[in-house]
Design a protein around this ligand. Structure first.
Ligand SMILES: Nc1nc2c(ncn2[C@@H]2O[C@H](COP(=O)(O)OP(=O)(O)OP(=O)(O)O)[C@@H](O)[C@H]2O)c(=O)[nH]1
Ligand SMILES: [Mg+2]
Length: 305
């Protein structure tokens, strides 16, 4: 168990969550921050840019950097996401490797450890065994041992369930103990440095990902075109968003029969956005085809990658 900082000392710093896609990094980020600032889904490659979440405690402030899952890239988008994650290694005090309790450690995990050790040889590497609610105690113990073998005997390893909220505070303490002494970087109460437009685009993408299958998730990108205050109404925003897909067939799936799916996506996203921004919005969604944007440098640039 890590030492707590002595009375009066304040610690602050950056911690980056890394791991294969779908290992629970964003869910854990939200659980630690105590608010939904990162979207999550059962599909790999949900997170596409680094998201900073801020954890405020009496004796510490942690800035969590949630990153896209790392994997051997198959598209230009995949390559850009990997580059993004590598860039953040050098900027953080602690790197926390997330490995689910219910999956065997594989070459993908070893590859990530090797990347981290190469790019940030001096940075503290922690192990986090995620999704512990999915397995029994024996399996958790087995996984802790396996992660210890992967990271070496000096590495601290914490088992957590972000969904059940188990061990989340223990993880905060262990990370905080590794941080340098120093003042807070962000004012009290600030939970993320995500621009509101990014949050909105992400919540729309999450709603649109719900229930879709196969390769569509990777083909979907959302851009906020315009945010305007409603004339004569201070408490309402008009938000215009574009959903990009790669093929006409995908456009049909997103829109649904008679527009039914898109309507549902709009309703779900609107509720989430209103909740996080604390203001009423009118959400206008349009779907467009941008052929093979994941592989096209020009299109990627336009979509912000
Ligand atoms: N049962 C259980 N499921 C979890 C837990 N944490 C995450 N999950 C589920 O695992 C899936 C992936 O979670 P995410 O947080 O989106 O994973 P990620 O690592 O951010 O994924 P990428 O952004 O694609 O790399 C989702 O379906 C989550 O609901 C947990 O503690 N318990
Ligand atoms: Mg994620």
């Amino acid at each position: 168990m890590a030492e707590r900082s002595a009375e009066g000392e304040f610690r602050s710093g950056f911690v980056c969550f890394v791991g294969r896609p779908n290992t629970g990094k964003s869910t854990l980020t939200n659980a630690l921050v105590g608010a939904k600032i990162a979207i999550t889904s059962s599909r790999p490659q949900t997170t596409r840019h680094t998201i900073r979440g801020i954890v405020h405690r009496e004796h510490a402030q942690l800035i969590l950097v949630d990153t896209p899952g790392l994997h051997r890239p198959r598209t230009l988008l995949g390559q850009r996401l990997n580059d993004l994650v590598r860039d953040t290694y050098s900027e953080v005090d602690v790197i926390a490797l997330c490995i689910p309790a219910d999956e065997k450690i594989g070459p993908g995990d070893r590859w990530i450890v090797q990347q981290v050790r190469q790019m940030a040889p001096k940075t503290t590497l922690l192990g986090v065994v995620t999704k512990t609610d999915k397995v029994g105690r024996d399996r958790i113990a087995e996984q802790l041992l396996a992660v210890s073998q992967l990271l070496g005997p000096e590495a601290e390893i914490v088992p957590v369930s972000a969904v059940k909220g188990e061990q989340v505070e223990v993880l905060v303490d262990v990370i905080a103990a590794q941080m340098p002494e120093g003042p807070a970087f962000y004012p009290d109460g600030e939970l993320t440095d995500e621009p509101e437009e990014t949050l909105m685009a992400e919540l729309i993408r999450e709603a649109a990902l719900e229930g879709v299958r196969d390769e569509l998730p990777h083909s979907l990108a959302v851009v906020i075109e315009e945010v305007l205050p409603r004339e004569g109404r201070e408490d309402m925003l008009d938000v215009h968003a574009l959903l990009y897909v790669e093929r006409p067939s995908q456009k049909a799936i997103v829109i649904g029969k008679g527009g039914s799916r898109l309507k549902e996506v709009g309703t779900n996203a609107r509720k989430q956005i209103e909740h996080i921004l604390g203001t009423r919005i009118y959400l206008n969604l349009h779907v467009k085809v941008a052929k093979d944007w994941q592989r096209d440098p020009k299109q990627l640039g336009k979509l912000g990658f």
